[in-house]
Design a protein around this ligand. Sequence first.
Ligand SMILES: N[C@@H](CCC(=O)N[C@@H](CS)C(=O)NCC(=O)O)C(=O)O
Length: 239
Amino acid sequence: MAEVKLFGAWGSPYCCRIEVALKLKGVEYEFIDEDVHNKKSPSLLKYNPVHKKVPVLVHNGKPICESLVILEYIDETWEEGPSLLPKDPYERAMVRFWTKFLDEKCMPAMRKACLSRGEEQERAKEESTELLKFLEGTVSGKKFFGGDNIGMVDIVANFISYWFIIGQELVGLQVLTKEKFPKLGEWMDEYLNTIIIKENLPPKDKLTAMFQARFEAAATATATAAAAGGGGGGGGAPK
Ligand SMILES: N[C@@H](CCC(=O)N[C@@H](CS)C(=O)NCC(=O)O)C(=O)O
């Protein structure tokens, strides 16, 4: 029997992606909850010496790092479950395009929209809005980004449907609303109401408290930078 361990962190959207994929495939695994912001375990540092981040999937003693890489590994290793990526090479390329877009473009902009202040925040809000328009177009006419079933793009877009919504509510933003993005709104409802997804979301109150602490730290960093004459601008947004 395969031994599958997931080094993760309870509130991380990256780790949640892996849990969802393993559950969709029906793979049993052990979850090791890392305190990545205070003390990383020697095992995590051993398995991911390059990035020193979670998630890390350890399959029969062999580590796989980086959530997008792990998702493809899961899809190829446990072929019997529902497919996370399509078989067609062009369709696969499109999945990789959108997941890269989500991680490299959307995630940083949306994070900055929540954590920065002033002009920097205004720019991040505008950028997020422009990026979300692309996603609105892509999901239009479909139940999920993957078609009728949840696929890798849906799983990777998880942070938009839950983490960002909680974040923007806390900060008082109106970037992603059902009025501005009706198709994304429908997708979020479908996605979040799917049993496996719903059961794997971190508790809202716990996540809200974690975000609150981060936002306060970001605000303090901005105020300190401004007082020191550094201009602030919210650039000190912590991870
Ligand atoms: N590109 C990575 C990002 C993972 C990531 O940022 N993980 C965070 C937790 S949400 C982490 O481990 N942070 C610890 C650190 O930055 O030192 C992935 O897709 O797996």
